[in-house]
Design a protein around this ligand. Structure first.
Ligand SMILES: NC(=O)c1ccc[n+]([C@@H]2O[C@H](COP(=O)([O-])OP(=O)(O)OC[C@H]3O[C@@H](n4cnc5c(N)ncnc54)[C@H](O)[C@@H]3O)[C@@H](O)[C@H]2O)c1
Length: 277
């Protein structure tokens, strides 16, 4: 099992990780277990999911995140097997691979939105009652594609931007209930999801993160994330919350800023330097 960097103690914690049979989710499950957490590995890839669960001494839940009942059952497994829930890592996701032209397919569209967006919504809803009991944390895997334009996969950019918007909006709401919600927004990372264009990335000189680099960001967020923050993960610099500089509204007719909800993840009215993260 992987244990890297400054060891973070997760002893006594119970975590649910969706999409944990492979890639980033499996890495997070391994790191949490290495730190002492009990982990429910949730996925639709039963063979790989059961293997990861056995490796980390956790439990496997077959959980298609498009189905709210299956998210609820995965949370119930965490509570019945391990006594509660501290962390819900809502990570299951797929690439899109088609656009809105002749290649558009409404069924595939509903499928990718169902996994990448509905899966997070249903996961939050299912996990909240158990997380409220213990002052827990939710971390959703969004993407750099949710923070910037994604011309190579605009629908992926749309559902990941939706996850970012969801997390930012939920931040203060759930904080009032003792639950912290964050997003992790990785750049390209070395998992199956990029297998169709890994070579193109490499020949374009685009760095590909190792899974452990992304897992480091999850650990940092689980330790230090403040409500509603969305942390970028990029090669060459440490992960940190994206500050959403200079959001445009709302403002009065004469241009003064109006604050009617405290947006903890925005930094209003900072001078732009062109170097903002
Ligand atoms: N790898 C990257 O470059 C990258 C970058 C940014 C964000 N992400 C995000 O990271 C997350 C994890 O992806 P990954 O890169 O580890 O890819 P991956 O393909 O290795 O893992 C994705 C996992 O999700 C599972 N999954 C797919 N559909 C599911 C469903 N309906 N219900 C439950 N589980 C399902 C898969 O079986 C798999 O185990 C995704 O949300 C992805 O969008 C990945």
């Amino acid at each position: 099992m992987s244990n890297r960097g400054d060891a973070v103690e997760f002893s006594g914690k119970v975590a649910l990780v969706t999409g944990a049979a492979n890639g980033i989710g499996a890495g997070v499950a391994r790191r949490l277990a290495a730190g002492g957490a009990s982990v429910v590995v949730a996925d639709v890839d039963d063979a790989r999911g059961e293997a990861v669960a056995a490796e980390v001494g956790g439990a496997y839940a077959h959980c298609d995140v498009r189905d709210p009942a299956q998210s609820a059952a995965a949370v119930e497994l965490a509570v019945s097997r391990f006594g509660g829930l501290d962390f819900a890592v809502l990570n299951a996701g797929i690439g899109t691979g088609f656009g809105l032209g002749d290649d558009f397919d409404p069924e595939r569209y509903r499928n990718v939105m169902g996994i990448n967006l509905d899966g997070v919504v249903y996961g939050v809803h299912a996990a909240l009652p158990a997380l409220r009991e213990r002052g827990g944390r939710i971390v959703a895997t969004a993407s750099m594609a949710g923070l910037m334009a994604m011309p190579i996969d605009p629908l992926y950019g749309a559902n990941k931007a939706a996850v970012v918007g969801l997390v930012r909006g939920l931040g203060p709401v759930l904080a009032a209930e003792g639950v912290t919600v964050n997003a992790v927004c990785p750049s390209f990372a070395d998992t199956d999801i990029i297998s169709g264009f890994r070579d193109a990335l490499e020949s374009a000189g685009m760095p590909v993160l190792g899974v452990e680099d992304v897992v480091d960001a999850f650990v940092a967020v689980l330790r230090d994330g403040r409500p509603g923050e969305c942390w970028f993960v990029q090669a060459g610099r440490p992960s940190a919350p994206f500050r959403f500089p200079n959001p445009p509204g709302p403002r009065t007719a004469t241009g003064e800023r109006v604050t009617f909800h405290h947006d903890v993840s925005a930094t209003p009215d900072v001078p732009t330097t062109g170097k903002e993260s």
